[in-house]
Design a protein around this ligand. Structure first.
Ligand SMILES: [Zn+2]
Length: 131
């Protein structure tokens, strides 16, 4: 059983900040900064597309509450929310990071060298799959 399932089953302690029948949220053990929480659906799958829609909606409802709480506590100007899927999903259990952001925090995406293709062709390929 993965560590997130163990936290859900209360076999491993965590600083839980929210819980309902579909979702649990607790402090990240290695926070990017104070307030960094994980929002974890109560289903062991490694990818967003494997989650039922009501569970995804549950994650987003909790994310909205966390964003408001962060702003009230820290006065941050914004936030970031991230999720890694498939082989990049730690512990094989989908989870969503939410943390406050500040102008001077230095957080950002690092892009590989070289040009990325950014075009109508790329958009068209994705649109075809989304329809
Ligand atoms: Zn799990």
């Amino acid at each position: 059983m993965c560590v997130f399932c163990q936290i859900i089953n209360k076999q491993v302690p965590a600083h839980i900040v929210y819980e309902d029948d579909k979702v649990i949220s607790f402090l990240d053990i290695e926070p990017i900064r104070e307030g960094h929480v994980l929002i974890v659906p109560k289903l062991h799958v490694d990818s967003l597309d494997k989650l039922p829609d009501d569970m995804i909606a549950g994650v987003m409802r909790v994310a909205k509450k966390v964003v408001v709480a962060h702003r009230e506590i820290y006065g941050n100007e914004g936030y970031s929310m991230m999720q890694n899927g498939g082989k990049y999903c730690d512990f094989g259990h989908a989870h969503f990071h939410v943390f406050p952001r500040y102008d001077s925090d230095g957080f950002g995406f690092n892009y590989p060298e070289g040009e990325s293709e950014y075009s109508e062709k790329v958009a068209a390929k994705i649109i075809e799959k989304l329809i």
